[in-house]
Design a protein around this ligand. Sequence first.
Ligand code: TRP
Length: 445
Amino acid sequence: MSASKTWQGNSTFILAAAGSAVGLGNIWKFPYMVGSNGGSAFVLIYLICILAIGLPVMASEILIGKYGRKSPVNSLKKISQEYELSHSWRYLGILGALAGVIILSYYSVFAGMAFSYIFNSFPPGLENPSNYSSKYFSDFSSSPGKLIFWHTLFLVSTCLIVGFGVIKGIGKSVNFLMPFLFIFIILISIYSSYVGDLKTTLRFLFSPDFSAITPKIVLSAMGQAFFSLSIGMGAIMAYGAYMPEKQLIGKTVLTIIFLDTFVAIAAGIAIFPIVFSNSSLNVTAGPGLLFETLPVAFYSLPYGNFFSIIFFLLISIAALSSSISLLEPFTAWMEEMKKYSRSIIVIFLGSLIWFLGLASIFSFNIWSDLKFFGLNFLELLDYLTNNLMLPAGGFLVVLLIGWFLPYDFVKQNLNLKEIYLKVFYFFLRYVCSGSIVLIFLYSIF
Ligand code: TRP
């Protein structure tokens, strides 16, 4: 493997993986999922899923990628050949590559929305900024033309970066963008806590209410954990292929998980105090929550327009560093077939994703009455990917590392102290695979 095919330095892999993990999932989705799923019960289950399932799955994905040094499909193929396992393991990579394309189709719609909010400044002298904000959002989401415009812009940006290659495209930029994002989200949450209702927020997020736990909440929390950490589809596996040989997986995973969880909680603390102190805003607003609340906070802030621009700019960048990891596995795999150039592949996949995105856009407006199993098209894709495809992908990864490959494979490639190794292995084999299956069964029956 040539030096140009690995991240430069240890921090770049961490930042690239954190860049993939931290995105709309943390800042936009986590708060609205918490809001629609009753608050603390969801947060509690979410945190448990991150540690008990997310951590082992992420480590396993990196392990496969770092060992295979190829796209997820071919890394899986290589490992299964070397260890004389079934060739079918490569379908796990294909399932993931497909999931990435499906997720990107609607991810791009919301990222485009965030992008457009950079340019959305409220007129001065509004009497009721929260009413204005809600109306602005509902007008925006009922206009297919506007949504298509921003979806296109965001998707083209994603394709451009992936077209240049992930290493060149993001290696440098994440090094300064990610720290900037962390600092800014901390500042905004301090500000919101100061002007909004922090007390109700903390109770809402952290006072555990076990009676509120339902099968639906448990399944959504697990799905959100997968989505937020970018696991279950090979994104982190694809990035692991570029990891410097000497870098340790254990520490890296802990850092990524910490950063991801930190940003999600910080986003909650940035948004909820504003919601609780404004009677016209509602925690159960769903996907519009971020877009309806934060502009209101910025409106009352001195230099609010300026902060709003910076904030939505940062969200867009965070979304971009995530979206490229959704496209990378499929692209890398097709590139290894050596039939087409990266640019052609990206144009082909991008067009496909663009068309699929239209259906999500229309589910806000002209197709809003079209339901499948009681869900609109966007909700259906969201359910299918987060609650089914990602956990299934994660489960298979765990099965491969924990049950099909020999213990020595893990031991040699993970470089952990014996005691940590044993704990990790135990979690992987029993806790992690067991809980995914149990959550599935629990939510079905
Ligand atoms: N984790 C990203 C976010 O929170 C989204 C994302 C990027 C993703 N790559 C992924 C989700 C792979 C699932 C799988 O916004």
